[in-house]
Design a protein around this ligand. Sequence first.
Ligand code: F6P
Length: 374
Amino acid sequence: MKLVVPRVHACAKDARDDLQTENNSKSEEAMERIGVMTGGGDCPGLNAVIRAVVRKAFQNNIKVIGIKNGWKGLITTDAMDLDLNSVSGILPKGGTILGTSRTNPYKNEEDAKKVIENYKKLKLDALIVIGGEDTLGVASKLIKENKGMNIVGCPKTIDNDLSGTDFTFGFDTAVNIATEAIDRLHTTAESHHRIMVVEVMGRHAGWIAIYSGLASGADIILIPEIQIDLDEVCDILKKRQARGKGFSIVVVAEGSQFKAGQVVTQEERLDAFGHVRLGGIGETLAEEIEKRTNFETRVTVLGHIQRGGTPSAFDRVIATRFGVKAIDLILNKKFGYMASLQGTEVKEVPIETAVVKLKTVDMRLYELAKTFFG
Ligand code: F6P
């Protein structure tokens, strides 16, 4: 493995209009020591990326430092060496060996400064940020500030709500977990002649709901992109009952809202990025359905089960491809970019494109799903 070589980072030019031009200007700088971090909510496939990063870096004589617990690790300089042995056997493991947190260094000016200082103190030539909207949002700000941090990204989240990539890793596993759970709830719904409301995660995008609902043959799928019309929901359920179907499955995304209503929040606490904690819509929905239809109704909130455990084969493969791509981006000095799945190809897009706009459910998919309602 290469020796640790202290280096001083050249300040790149102010404007970042042309990332490529800027990147070319750094092409003389050798990549010998890089950092990797996982931030935000954990998701299946994070370890697969870390493993791929370390393996591909090793092939290119690059030393990898694992930054612990997302941005928090760069604020406190909590880091560990990663070598081939530290990533051996982690491919099928859920979670992240580096730990994670929802730390926003921009909540406090001092913390943002520390991130930049500690990147230099750790003598990093580049940093791989594996994250979703929030973690990559911080990366995007740091890139714009242009304080000498060479950052590349890998898009993760079970929510699949990042623009710039067809899929994030973690999503496929979450959909499979939700689908299996809904299949199981089907048998109980049928035996007891009940309505089963299943609340799934996804924050303000209905991707998990629409995919798991379609895959499991849900009778109604409710997503944040379309306000819930309780009259319509109950009408569909009553019509199903009238045609002899004494049970129904209703999948509701946690971020869904009732018509002319507010998001039902678990509590009023906001996280470090200002997101309200979602959860609770399923309970309210089940109560309303029972009240309006007199059909016995139960609710299941899948919660964090959707984020836990081993990644699906699909997620392991895209996570691995993203990890390798991140090293390729570093070797090619394409800083400010992240790996992105476009069709079957892994390409790159500026990190900024991933965070500038939330990727919500394609309405054509929703229209298709409606074919199966009722
Ligand atoms: O972004 C992933 C996600 O699981 C969302 O679907 C959910 O709203 C949120 O994280 C839950 O966050 P926490 O783990 O902080 O409760």
